[in-house]
Design a protein around this ligand. Sequence first.
Ligand SMILES: Cc1cc2nc3c(=O)[nH]c(=O)nc-3n(C[C@H](O)[C@H](O)[C@H](O)COP(=O)(O)OP(=O)(O)OC[C@H]3O[C@@H](n4cnc5c(N)ncnc54)[C@H](O)[C@@H]3O)c2cc1C
Length: 495
Amino acid sequence: MKKGVVEELEKIVGKDRVSTKTADLYVYGFDASIHHKNPDVVVKPANTQQVSEIVKLANKTRTPVVPRGAGTAMCGHTVPLKGGIMVDMTAMNRIKEIRVEDLYCVVEPGVVYDKLNSMLKKRGFWFPTTPGSGEACTIGGMVVTNASGMRAIKYGATRDYVLGLEVVLPTGDIIHSGTRTLKNASGYQIDRLMVGSEGTLGIVTEITLKLAFKPKASAMTLAAFNSLAEAGKFVSNVIAKPLMPSALELMDSVCIKAVNKCMNVGLPDVAAVCMIEVDGHPVAVDEELKIVEEIARQSGAVHTEASKDKKRIDYWTYARKAIMPSLSRFGEKFVSVALADDMAVPISRIPEAVVAFQKIAEENGVIIGTYGHSADGNLHTKMLVEPDSKESWMKAERAVGQIFDKVLELGGTVTGEHGVSITKAPYMQKERADSIAAMKAIKKALDPKNIMNPGKIFDWEGSIIAHLRYPAFLEQEDEPSPRGPGGVDEKAGSK
Ligand SMILES: Cc1cc2nc3c(=O)[nH]c(=O)nc-3n(C[C@H](O)[C@H](O)[C@H](O)COP(=O)(O)OP(=O)(O)OC[C@H]3O[C@@H](n4cnc5c(N)ncnc54)[C@H](O)[C@@H]3O)c2cc1C
């Protein structure tokens, strides 16, 4: 980073909002992925004008800029591959307006998902996308990754709720795209382009979100199966009935064993369980509970339990949410890592997909837990890796490649909700081969100096097992590849 940048940043936001402390740089080098790299400086702007000044400075000095919300992204999204300025957006956390009569709210990007919903629910509304990280993740991070979650089957993804955005472009210019109306056909939908742009096209500084009506009632059924294929078939049988669940979560035996062992939750010890939530008018909920139970039995369920009791439902939801931490404590030598963690396949191909994943795991000698928001075909796998064993990482990477090949063969996508960044880049490039040139052209038009989150998505080259936060490959950290880390130009931001 050029000399003088830190001092200029201090002039823009004040000294107390800029840090170059070793501990801060180290901590901000992480997100929830397997990767790590320190930024050169961390800055915490308080308003849009400051964000604009920061980006103008970065543009002038060709300094890389990485915007950051809560840092819960799972593919290296906020890891600053080229160092530079980490822009922490969490101080911009005001809920500016809630207008239920107009069905919208206006928020700053640092507002946390659960906090917004706790305000909306008091008035009978909600933003229903329900990411598993809702306690921590920010609305800005959700917009820029097009986050969704277990209720996407019925309520859609973040993209379906964005009415308008204020954005600081890589030049530092501030633009407004979209509206506060529910309809809008006014020119290019730049707000749509920003959704899923992963911090590579600008910094979102204000978001107008559409509101949804909170359903009056909800209930859940737990269904246990002796085979993963039967559980997968049950999912497509529910949809084909037709019946619209508000969530349908699937857990395989690896996940069940992990949560039973580590959290002592006492789920049935079977090959797979499904948790099916229905919501809406109380009469419709009662009727749908019966239909779900009937479909479960016809699909081969060996045990079903339906409940409207909030405590019981919270308990099952807790078990589902405990998968990630439990897998990490499954065996002493393993850590659970986000690799091939978020593919989606057409719903009817779920049985084939989950069986194939287990076969790939066995053939490669790796442990894979599969779970996911199966009603929309979105499956999560977590791999258990021995963090200080190169061999273990290599096996995992081989399995990841085979899993994604299978997903693409089934007509799926390598990421349903978590996004691309580093860990999915090579596979996204395979999936979207004919669109990469168009993506690069858009990037070049908006960010000709390549300052915004450089080196990610279509810019990443080489292995995903790079810039690891774990010991096995630490020696690689300072070894630049021929084109620099991740294959990007060594002159930061020079593209
Ligand atoms: C336990 C756990 C469960 C999860 N469950 C889900 C799930 O169910 N569904 C799902 O979709 N994801 C899930 N995730 C992934 C992650 O939480 C989401 O992608 C989330 O939306 C990221 O929000 P964040 O505030 O943490 O963003 P960050 O991780 O800080 O950033 C994400 C990306 O957005 C960019 N960014 C952040 N703020 C801005 C801004 N204001 N302007 C421009 N760019 C910005 C960053 O540069 C980065 O590229 C989960 C993660 C964890 C750890």
